[in-house]
Design a protein around this ligand. Structure first.
Ligand SMILES: *[C@@H]1O[C@H](CO)[C@@H](O)[C@H](O)[C@H]1NC(C)=O
Ligand SMILES: *[C@@H]1O[C@H](CO)[C@@H](O)[C@H](O)[C@H]1NC(C)=O
Ligand SMILES: *[C@@H]1O[C@H](CO)[C@@H](O)[C@H](O)[C@H]1NC(C)=O
Ligand SMILES: *[C@@H]1O[C@H](CO)[C@@H](O)[C@H](O)[C@H]1NC(C)=O
Ligand SMILES: *[C@@H]1O[C@H](CO)[C@@H](O)[C@H](O)[C@H]1NC(C)=O
Length: 867
């Protein structure tokens, strides 16, 4: 079993890319979105939204043309009931005629319409329609942007939690939304499993333990039985094995009709009835009122979790009637009486599924927002006993953190604890196909085999063997409808090229060539038929008897019952052997290469979105993004212009000795004043319908007038520093030349080889004298310039000329001393390293180690202190 799960992990790892940067995890709930980012160097935590909240309301809405998310969207629901969309999770993949949709219309005022795919879209008040996938993609993209601003880079890879009961259709809808949001699905992870990963992260299990993750969310209640077992490596063994924890889901139970949302609905009904009693008015047709009541019901429920009563208050609920009413917890619980037996039931279903009893379970770990509701908590306590209840994980965040940790382990670039995860499928999945007619007159029959029974491990593969001579179709379907109104058919897979392949194998001497097709359940819970081959079986070998065992008694003569889930009778031992290898590695006695057959996958019922559909949805979303970005830019340009105008007005108004006043002339101020007036009146008249470029133009036409004034002021500010720098280089130059000339004279007298030639020193001196002369002359001229006139000597030119002198000096300083002297050998290493970088600016270290007369290269002249 354990070995098998290792293989699962290996399989997954090979399909993920190795150059991932950040991994985003999203726990997408009917009420709340939680997200977490895994990025090297960024502290691992739950992602905060713009208001530093740790969870984001699962709502998207429009206030006229402004799109809003989270609580901003929810808060406008009372005013814009047709433009605010919440609880969208209920609608993922939901067929228009399903119960899910009718339930949704009982809790939401949104206008539900059918899409061309048979799923649902929501119609805004302006008539535009957005599919559920698009609306959820907007929320995913919103979270992605939050993550990107934290990561400082584009985020692509995402792990999204799904309830364990999510059908393949719903999982497809999640993946479609992820792709429309511009991301890649690293994995979907069942939320109970994600909580288990988080739980295991800080614990070890020297003896295996079973725990139940009980998750009471908004849309459902579910329970997951998880077995935890740690493998502690032998410290003496020098193998690569390290401590790891194996986490195996063994059972799930769920109730898709009970949860926080249903409680909200009951509470709202209480308020509706109460209002009707008091005001003789039924609000059920009033969308605004219903939306306001819905929001208040959620708030009151939270208050009632901690208090025995709560006061509902809604201003002008309908026709300016303010609604105010006291609600007690007892009334609320009375209204939910019929649900009482359902709260704990998923626990028992999960246990039964796992083949365990409560005695086998160490604790029942409570998670999910609704687990805080007293009546749910006490029902669970009563069912499993107080001593089994564990409140040791964060009910809101354990799932998203676990999902992020899971994603991190899949991406392999993070050092996280080694947790191996093995999950299960929740539904019986069967294959069906028509038998091959023996002659044109015989009838065909439909044959069905349960290929992935509920509880099959994710990552498992099963090989089906068919005795066929012609192309045929294999259907993959749920054995029973997983959810009211949802179809059962998943895929219809045409296996193509059979007759050709079988003929060829027969010609090559194969006695009983067969078709083998592999059905797999992916880590993210998708069932599919991945590949099919035709392969020869050879009678001559003693395996023949074994084969008989595989194919049943009739297999050698009759082909009618010719297929069986080869592994159905056996268990994981066989599935694991194919889990890491293509069917070619199957143990079947193969002499010749198997022949790959072509597969054509059709979706007979609820198809995932096509690439085309996703692309056009993505483009729609991008168009909205672009429109919003343009709007933001326009707003920004307008605001900056306004701010600028007021600043200029203040500058003109302040007649004291401000820099602006000192550096400007009367007629300049007059020109600015005129243009300012002009711009103010333009803004007043056309400000509301101008475009971004016009705002920018208006600003720059004023800036042009202000710029010379700013320039004068900046030059005045900068002048002393520039002058200091120029003078400093004069001073250093003079010092250097005097000293070097003295040295030269002494060296000539004593016959020691000299470092510099006379010519070199004369050349520097010439530059120095010219620079001194130029500086004196122009500083004098500049002194005569008034502060409101343009400078005649620019600091940029001063710096450039000082640099010329500096460079010439540095070049001499860096020059290698003659080798024969003691000094030279002592500094040879530093001077040679400096010489290597001669073309670049000398580093301060090399310059100062060679001489004390010239400071390091540094325009600011800080090196002066070193003299
Ligand atoms: C579950 O508990 C029962 C009774 O305590 C015990 O007999 C059984 O072996 C346990 N099963 C497992 C899988 O631990
Ligand atoms: C397979 O599915 C297709 C499409 O739904 C259907 O027409 C066909 O009858 C199915 N075949 C069997 C054997 O169930
Ligand atoms: C069967 O054999 C023929 C002749 O060698 C070859 O052209 C054809 O591609 C083969 N078909 C398959 C399915 O291998
Ligand atoms: C002049 O000689 C002294 C003593 O050798 C030396 O320290 C100094 O760096 C020399 N100065 C210049 C500018 O070469
Ligand atoms: C010139 O530079 C020196 C050293 O960096 C500093 O002490 C002095 O205050 C500066 N003078 C001016 C006017 O900036």
């Amino acid at each position: 079993m354990r070995r098998f799960s290792t293989l699962i992990l290996l399989c997954l790892l090979t399909v993920t890319e190795s150059v991932l940067a950040s991994v985003l995890a999203i726990d997408y709930g009917a009420d709340w979105i939680k997200a977490s980012l895994m990025k090297p160097g960024v502290p691992f935590d739950v992602l905060l939204n713009k208001d530093s909240k740790r969870k984001i309301q699962s709502s998207v809405g429009w206030k006229q043309s402004d799109r809003l998310f989270g609580s901003d969207a929810l808060n406008i629901a009372g005013r814009f009931p047709l433009d605010t969309f919440s609880s969208l999770k209920y609608l993922q993949a939901a067929p228009y005629n399903s119960n899910a949709v009718s339930f949704y219309t009982s809790i939401s005022s949104a206008d539900v319409v059918e899409t061309s795919r048979g799923t649902v879209a929501l119609r805004r008040s302006d008539g535009t329609e957005w599919s559920v996938e698009e609306l959820i993609a907007m929320q995913f993209a919103y979270v992605r942007e939050l993550a990107e601003s934290l990561a400082g880079e584009r985020v692509y890879d995402v792990v999204v939690t799904v309830p364990p009961y999510y059908t393949q259709f719903e999982r497809d809808a999640v993946v479609d939304a992820i792709e429309i949001a511009g991301m890649r699905t690293l994995a979907l992870v069942n939320d109970g499993t994600a909580v288990a990963v988080n739980y295991a992260m800080t614990r070890t299990f020297p003896t295996p333990e079973n725990h139940i993750i009980y998750d009471a969310g908004a849309s459902s209640i579910r329970a997951t039985v998880v077995n935890f077992a740690s493998v502690v490596s032998d410290p003496k063994a020098k193998s690569l094995t390290k401590d790891s924890t194996q986490l195996s889901v063994t059972g799930v139970g769920f109730d898709r009709t009970t949860g926080g949302t249903e409680l909200d609905r009951r509470l709202r009904n209480l308020m509706l009835d109460d209002f009707q009693r008091k005001h003789k008015k039924d609000l059920r047709g009033d969308k605004r009122a219903m939306a306001k009541l819905w929001k208040e019901a959620g708030r009151v429920k939270t208050v009632l979790s901690a208090n025995a009563d709560a006061t509902a208050t809604i201003e002008s609920l309908s026709d300016d009637i303010d609604y105010r009413s006291k609600l007690t917890r007892a009334e609320f619980e009375e209204a939910c009486q019929d649900l009482k037996g359902r709260y704990a039931q998923p626990i028992f279903d999960a246990l039964e599924h796992a083949g365990l009893t409560l005695d086998n379970v160490t604790s029942v770990i409570l998670t999910g927002g609704a687990s805080r509701t007293p009546m749910i908590q006490s029902a669970v306590k009563a069912a499993v006993g107080d001593n089994k209840i564990a409140l040791n994980v964060n009910a809101d965040e354990a799932a998203v953190l676990g999902a992020a940790l899971h994603g991190a382990s899949l991406s392999r670039q993070f050092k996280t604890k080694d947790i191996k995860v093995s999950d299960i499928g929740a539904y019986d999945i069967q294959v069906s196909y028509l038998s091959e007619p023996k002659s044109p007159s015989t009838k065909t029959r439909t044959l069905s085999t349960l290929v992935l029974p509920a509880g099959s491990k994710t990552g498992s593969k099963k090989t089906l063997t068919f005795r066929r001579t012609e192309d045929f179709t294999v259907n993959l379907s749920y054995q029973t409808p997983p959810l009211d109104g949802f179809p059962t058919d998943l895929l219809a897979v045409d296996i193509i090229g059979v007759s050709d392949a079988i003929r060829n194998l027969t010609e090559l001497g194969a006695v009983e060539p067969v078709v083998k097709a592999t059905v797999s359940l992916s880590e993210s819970g998708f069932a599919s038929i991945r590949d099919a081959i035709a392969v020869g079986e050879y009678k001559s070998e003693s395996i023949a008897d074994k084969l008989k065992g595989f194919f049943g008694a009739g297999s050698s003569s009759s082909s009618e019952a010719g297929a069986e889930a080869e592994t159905a009778a056996r268990d994981d031992a066989t599935t694991s052997s194919t889990a890491d290898a293509s069917p070619t590695a199957d143990k079947a006695p193969v002499k010749d290469e198997p022949i790959s057959l072509e597969l054509k996958i059709n979706f007979p019922s609820l198809a995932p979105m096509t690439v085309e559909e996703k692309r056009s949805a993505r483009e729609r979303l991008l168009a909205v993004d672009n429109e919003e970005a343009a709007k933001r830019r326009r707003e920004e340009a307008r605001n900056t212009l306004e701010g600028y105008l007021y600043r200029v007005r203040d500058l003109l108004d302040d007649t004291s000795e401000t820099p602006f006043m000192k550096c400007s002339q009367e007629q300049e101020r007059k020109a600015i004043q005129e243009r300012l007036q002009e711009t103010f009146s333009w803004l007043y008249e056309h400000g509301d319908d101008a475009d971004t470029a016009q705002y920018l133009d208006k600003r720059s036409s004023l800036e042009v007038l202000e710029r010379p004034i700013i320039h004068r002021y900046e030059e005045i500010q900068e002048f002393p520093r520039a002058l200091n720098n120029s003078q400093m280089w004069n001073w250093h130059g003079r010092l250097f030349i005097t000293e070097a000339k003295a040295n030269l004279t002494a060296e000539i007298e004593t016959g020691v080889p000299s470092k510099y030639t006379k010519e070199e020193l004369d050349a520097v001196e010439k530059t120095l004298i010219e620079h001194e002369k130029w500086l004196n002359e122009w500083v004098e001229k500049q002194k005569a310039v008034k502060t409101n006139e343009d400078p005649v000597l620019l600091t940029s030119e001063m710096k450039a000329r000082a640099k010329v002198l500096e460079n010439q000096l540095q070049k001499l300083v860096r020059k290698k001393a003659p080798r024969t002297t003691k000094k030279a050998s002592a500094t040879s290493s530093s001077s040679s390293s400096a010489g290597a970088s001669e073309t670049s600016a000398a580093t301060s270290a090399s310059a100062s180690s060679t001489t004390s007369a010239v400071p390091p290269t540094d325009d600011s002249g800080h090196g002066h202190d070193e003299l």
